[in-house]
Design a protein around this ligand. Structure first.
Ligand code: SF4
Ligand code: SF4
Length: 108
């Protein structure tokens, strides 16, 4: 069985670490190249003036990104539902399906 010198082992370890760093960088660059936006990010549109602020959409969103905006009221006098972090939306359309007044449209 051959034995490697400590120097050869050190070179081998360094090469391994450099290769790992290269793979990590390449992976991150690849992910960046196909960002959610470029892949066609889902879009949730609220026809806010017909929202009655019932909150049903808030309860069914798996990402917990819908809330009632309590800082203002719509023309009907209700707190309108809004999405507070669209980047988290997965386009499942639970919110649109449950809304009794068809306020929400989900575009994928
Ligand atoms: S489409 Fe799904 S994830 Fe997006 S806001 Fe509606 S319920 Fe939430
Ligand atoms: S379910 Fe429809 S009406 Fe109720 S808060 Fe959500 S968007 Fe408004």
């Amino acid at each position: 069985m051959s034995r490697r010198s400590p120097d050869a082992m050190k070179i081998r370890c360094t090469a391994k670490l450099q290769f790992r760093a290269f793979l990590t960088t390449a992976k991150l660059e690849f992910r960046g190249a196909f960002s959610k936006e470029e892949e066609g990010m889902p879009e949730t549109i609220f026809n806010e003036n017909i929202c009655k602020g019932c909150g049903l959409c808030v309860t069914v969103c798996p990402k917990k990104i819908i809330k009632l905006d309590t800082t203002r009221v719509n023309i009907k006098g209700y707190y309108p539902a809004i999405v507070n972090n669209m980047a988290e939306c997965i386009g499942c359309a639970n919110c649109a399906k449950i809304c009794p007044d068809s306020v929400i449209t989900v575009k994928k």
